[in-house]
Every structure is written in structure tokens, then in C-alpha cells.
Design a protein around this ligand. Sequence first.
Ligand code: GLN
Length: 486
Amino acid sequence: MSPHLKSVAELSRGLAAREFSSVELTRHFLARIEAGNPRLNAFVTVCAERSLAEAARADAAIAAGGAGPLTGVPLAHKDIFCTEGVLTTCGSRMLANFVSPYDATVVSRLAAAGMVTLGKLNMDEFAMGSSNETSFFGPVRNPWNEAFVPGGSSGGSAAAVAARLAPVATGTDTGGSIRQPAALTGLTGIKPTYGRVSRYGMIAFASSLDQAGVLALSAEDAALVLEAMAGFDERDSTSVDAPVPSYRAEIERPVRGLKVGIIREFFGEGLEARTGAAVQAALDVYRRLGAELVEVSLPNLALSVPTYYVVAPAECSSNLSRFDGVRFGYRCEDPRDLLDLYTRSRGEGFGPEVKRRIMTGTYVLSAGYYDAYYLKAQKVRSLINEDFRRAFAEVDVLIGPTAPTPAFELGAKMDDPITMYLNDIYTIGANLAGLPALSAPCGLVDGLPVGLQVIGPHFAESRVLAAAHAYQRETDWHLKVPAGWE
Ligand code: GLN
């Protein structure tokens, strides 16, 4: 089997057995990127020389017997993670010239685990979007059908892994940006519990919602890489000081007796019929495996999209105020005075979706509107948390669709922000409540992948991964490769 069709777990075994070296593996993926990336636009930066040097060091560690399970395995990072000495653009003109002076914790931990960084991946500008069309570097294409979007905002991560240009990739999820692109490209993507993975060096969008995670070919691969990323970091005050279990070991837990809650509100109007049927067929697999399925209701979940579109813009309007043309990033030509420097640098550096969010956020935080919008949204957020808390008093996990439809055509929703926002109707709840959630492929509709979402209680990553792993032992949706990328 060609190395690009192997999982991280298989690559790890192949490296240990000296079937191939990390340098050979890295060359293989660099060649695939060179050939395939012009079609997909998944990479903003390819780190060819640097990755080969890292691979040579990994080979030396393997030869010396000092290798861990990820030593020598290549990966690529969403371009939201600061990477020392490498361009870190966040998909924006504002940072199109920004070379980070330091590594994000996610980057340094995976490097310390011996992983080889192939490059940096395209994304929606500042992670705002569901289709990867807001990127300053142009849209990313879906390898299953290049006329379709790969989802967003981690669309570069999704396209790269789905097309086997990288064995695994990092992503971030503020309202669905790991799970939705994973669903639309046939991958397994996990967003862990808020606080599980350090946000240090991850460019902030909405700080109370942002979490880093993994887009992989299987739950097993996601478990392996998440284990190396997760854990307390004193440089992130919201990171949680709790031991990280061995996700890889705990993933084998059977689902017999697992209480699965089916969220009634997720199967109503808006869910495309064949997408719903694929999810129902997946539920039958869980029944067969001995899980106990019960219907649950989360009555306030319907308010998650409007709540998110108050909270997230409010936080982004504050976070993005640091981009002022003075300290880093884009600066306009020949400013007349300081005000002109600020206004033109921001006016020219940010794209339309980012401006829309900053304006919305500034509005909902302004005196006179704060109580009516921002405070109200925070109250509804508490009600949504409470809905989940009640549900998890009765069930172990919640299962439903990840997105209401498969991928849509490029350009189809770009002039209708509300329709675009509704793509995240099933994913945002887990962000508002800070819960771990995963998407795994469960079918194809007109040749396009469909995702199954599993949501767990706080810090139940192992349970969520085990539920997906059990399903993947019974099915082969996660092994399907888009035509032309074999
Ligand atoms: N699509 C959502 C948005 O545009 C979520 C993005 C994300 O999770 N980063 O805000």
C-alpha cells in the first residue's frame, strides 16, 4: 500500500519496522503536495527544506531507539497556529507578511513528539466562515468534487488530509470549524473539551469558544495525535490542570450498554433527507452493537446560532483590536496621521466577513445595546449549558448529524451570510457549552461525504473517540478515498 493511504498508526508501525524512513515519507508527501496542491489550494506555505531536516532528526531518533509513536510522522498545521520562523497568516491580508517569533504550544508539543511539519494550511480569514471562501489566499476545493467547498474554517486541513497530501492535520473549532469540514470531506475530526488543549499561540477569534483539535483519517489517529497535543499549559490561563488519559488505550472500550441520546431537535426541518437517512443507518449500527438509544430534547438548542452570532463577534471585536498597523501585520502606504494609519490599515487589511463580525460585535457591546444583546446572549448560553447538563444526567453521549447537508458548490452561499451561518446549527451548541465533540464519516450522498456527530460530557474525549472507533470497526466509510487521489 502506498504510504499516503496509510493511517498515522500504520505509518508509525512502518517507521518502527524500517519499511520506510521519515525522510522518504516526507519526500513522498512533499511530492504529492507539489502535484495536488495547485488544484486544491489547501496549503498557504510548504516547508520543504525544514520538514526534511526534521525528518532526518526523526530518523536519527528512531535509529537511536528514542522514538515515540509519532516520531517521524508528517503533519500540517492550520495557519492559525504560530510557527517560529514560518509565515503565519490566519488566512488574512492583515497577517500575509507575519513571520511568527515563537511556536504555539500545539506546534511545540507535536514537534517534541517528533512529528514533521509539512506546512501551513489555508483557512477562512481569522477562522470566520464555513466554506473556506473568506480566505485572502482564495478558496480551497473539496477533493471529492472540486466544484464544491471543503467546509470551513479548517478547510485547508480537511482538503489536505482527504486528498492524502498529509496524513493528519491540526484545526480549530469555535463554532464547528473542525467537525463541519471533517464531515464535508469524509474525515474524523475532534474538538476536545474547552481547556483541554492550550490556546497559547493560536490566533484568537472568540476566546471563550476557540479550541484546537485534529482532523484525521480515523478515530484511532485522532486519539493518537490528540493525546500528544492535550494537557495543562501555564501560558494559557484557561487551560485545565488535569491529567491526560491515554486516548489510544481507552478507545477500545466497547459500546455495549452505552446510553446514546438522540437529540430530537437535530432531526427536524432543515436536515436534508438523504443526510438524515445516512445518520439513521449509523444509529442502527449502534443498536446492533448493543448501545441503548433514547430520544432526548434540548429545547434551547434552537437558540444556539443567534446566541453564537452575538457572543463570537463580541469577543472577536475585542481580540482583533490588536491589529492596528503599528505592531505587526499589514500597514497601509503613506499614512497621513495616526488615525489614518489605524483606519486604512484595518480597512485594507481585513476582508468583508471579518469587518461584518467586528461591526456586529462592537454594536452588541456598545452602551445601550449591551444588556439587550450581549447580556441576553450570555443568559441563553447558560440555558443551553443547562440543557446539555440535564441530557448528560441521562445518557453517556449524544449522537446526531454534523451538518444539515453535504458540501455545497463554491459561491452558492457567499452572498447570503445567514444561510452560511446556518451550516453550523448542529455544531455550535458544543462550543457554547465547552463540550468535546467529534464528526466521523457515515455515508455518501451524490458522491459527497456525510458526517455523524458524537458529543460527550466535559473531558469525556475517550468516550466520544471510543464510540466513533467502534463504529469504524464495523464500517468502511472512513477508508474511502476521493477518486483521483488514490
Ligand atoms: N462557521 C462558524 C463561523 O463562521 C464557525 C467558525 C469556527 O468554528 N472557527 O464563525
